[in-house]
Ligand binder design. Sequence first.
Ligand code: MG
Length: 384
Amino acid sequence: MSQTPKNIAILGSTGSIGRNSLSVIHNLSDRFNVTYLSTNTNIELLQNQITQFKPRGVVVLDEKKAPALRLIAGDSVEILTGREGLLEIVRRDDVDIVINSLVGFAGLKPTIEAIKHHKNIALANKETLVVAGELVTSLAREYGVSLLPIDSEHSAILQCLAGEQWPRISKIILTASGGPFLNLSKDEFSSITVERALNHPNWKMGNKITIDCATMMNKGLEVIEAHWLFGIPTERIDVVIHPQSIIHSMVEFVDGSIKAQLGIPDMKIPIQYALTYPDRVQLNGGKVDFPKLQMLTFLAPDRDKFRCLQLAYDAIALGGTAPAIMNAANEVAVQAFLEKKIPFQRIPELIEKALDSQPNHLSPDLEHTFQSDHKTREYVRTLL
Ligand code: MG
């Protein structure tokens, strides 16, 4: 069956998810066509992507970098700049699907704009749902667009839920690798360097998410993401540490049966599933070799040691803009840690201070969410 290829815009095409997405699209060129790409600053890689994928336009977030790209790219491609450039491309008619792999709160506005222009969303930017999950999911329903997760855990849950219905589900079990400090005692956390924190055992990812994995905030963000994506209360979302990252998450049903989705840790699998859902197509990559693995292990997360995980459960229980406050404090704290301005264990302390001090708007609109984000960032910066 031949069909017209769907046009894709990738927000953040030079990052880890963006590069994997292009690799998936390259192998499915009869189904998908790239019309727009974007980068923050990496114009060298963007130029390579322009040569290979021939998009109609690109966005360079850093306006100072745009003239250099124009020199090498010539007139072959339209070059837009800044945040407004991202909003502009997601509105265009030659976009059917937006892959949002931006980092942090900055992913929210383009997601909302894309939904309002009837684009289907493949979402890698989990912060969008953490800070405004209720608003974004209800907007997607209102505009009749699909909001499909690229996050490996949420893709696993989506796959486990195929053919199932709500009253049958008793809980969601998110797996977590535990990150590089799983076996480090809390006393040893003071010795953690940026270099060690950036060395994730199973996944190669961008810096922000890698630090979130080391603090386990990533799993906290994913609990909130799962809550909004699947409409399940967080009391029924468990986290279990599974260091091998082979089981990507599980769903437990009312009869005690559990479905799990397994695969090697390769983001191309969830990216491709989000693009072809509910279909599956060939993907040439590594496969799970059970005899070689020998065993899969599990343990409970230590919420005292990994305080960020508990803070995420606390924030969603508080409701309102508390998750947005938590997220903003985390983004500022992680950036400060990466810049070696604060030690690793200061990250949860700053988030807790922000949650304790910043006013929580209980029925937030988008304006409240932006305000909470902005005020929290200012507040946390005064503590650095
Ligand atoms: Mg994940």
